[in-house]
Design a protein around this ligand. Sequence first.
Ligand SMILES: Cc1cc2nc3c(=O)[nH]c(=O)nc-3n(C[C@H](O)[C@H](O)[C@H](O)COP(=O)(O)O)c2cc1C
Length: 170
Amino acid sequence: MEYSELIRRRYSCRAYLPKPIEDEKLIKVLEAARLAPTASNRQPFQLIVIHTQGRQAELAKIYHREWFVQAPLLICAVGMPAEGWVRSDDHRRYLDVDVAIVMDHLILEATNQGLGTCWVAAFNAKAARQLLGLPDDVEPLIFTPLGYPADQPGPKERKPLTALVRYEHW
Ligand SMILES: Cc1cc2nc3c(=O)[nH]c(=O)nc-3n(C[C@H](O)[C@H](O)[C@H](O)COP(=O)(O)O)c2cc1C
């Protein structure tokens, strides 16, 4: 799909079909994430692929929305703070930026494959840690369901460019 069409077509899908995802499609989606740039190329992330079938009730404890566990797969992007790049001047951590780029790559390739996704940050981190068996030094940052959409995108509501862009200075 052409890039400008792709970024217009991606939307937050909040209803999924139970239809399984072909292995080749899943690999393409994961491969897109692997190719994402990260600060200093540290790649301080892992992706956890979770099958929802038969586990909907327990996985709903992570994020209590019916659609969250409707798709055949959930993907959780986790960050490893100890491995992420930190700017020496002011000790600012770039882990969240890295993981966001990884997830964006993944989500755009999913769109390219005709799959639905939805960024989910408002999950219960304690439940996620427990259900996924995460060690203390691993941060769950973003989830997305991955499956065939059962809804339609709504209109894109965005601020106009004039409210978002300045030239040369603040
Ligand atoms: C970092 C991030 C976190 C988000 N977390 C949630 C969430 O927890 N639950 C949810 O339903 N949508 C979540 N969203 C989806 C946004 O609400 C959605 O992207 C935004 O309203 C624009 O709509 P669109 O994705 O359909 O273009 C999140 C999006 C981003 C980028």
